[in-house]
Design a protein around this ligand. Structure first.
Ligand SMILES: [Zn+2]
Ligand SMILES: [Zn+2]
Length: 159
């Protein structure tokens, strides 16, 4: 199921392009913000602040964890990322850039893994359209199904 995520990754985006996205959102451009946004575009769906921190480290673009948290918060407010699930005090984010199709997630309460599900286009887009006709402004669609994954369920039953 997680295979879907790969489609959303954007590799090798030009720095200028990334800079333009920040400017469009009215966010002050810093070297760190550029590096973080570029990494988010590569990661697509879904990542935590820690995942992002590690990925930045690996690409020799180290940014301290507190800055990653702060920047994610600013990006969320600007609509560049969206929180797709929360487990304990861990938030899972997804980029909202072109190419990331809104989709639901399955969140396993046993192992904490998050699975991407196929897009919910049919029903959701119909509902969204009818809301818009009624004058509503739709910002985002977040659907998270919670439960136990097959592995965890087998483990539970084996107890
Ligand atoms: Zn599980
Ligand atoms: Zn996803």
């Amino acid at each position: 199921m997680q295979i879907l995520c790969k489609l959303y990754k954007i590799k090798d985006m030009e720095d200028g392009e990334v800079l333009r996205i920040l400017e469009e959102k009215g966010l002050p451009v810093t070297r760190q913000r550029l590096a973080i946004l570029k990494k988010i575009l590569e990661m697509g769906c879904h990542f935590t602040a820690r995942d992002l921190h590690i990925a930045l480290d690996e690409s020799a673009k180290a940014v301290d964890l507190a800055t990653v948290y702060r920047t994610l918060k600013a990006f969320e407010e600007a609509g560049l990322v969206t929180c797709v699930a929360e487990m304990g005090n861990c938030r899972y984010y997804s980029g909202t850039h072109a190419g990331v199709i809104p989709h639901a997630h399955f969140c396993c309460k046993g192992c904490g893994r998050l699975f991407c599900l196929p897009p919910l286009e049919v029903t959701a887009s119909r509902e969204i359209r009818s809301l818009e006709k009624m004058g509503f402004e739709v910002h985002q669609l977040v659907v998270t199904i919670e439960g136990l994954c097959a592995q965890c369920r087998r483990r539970e039953e084996g107890k």
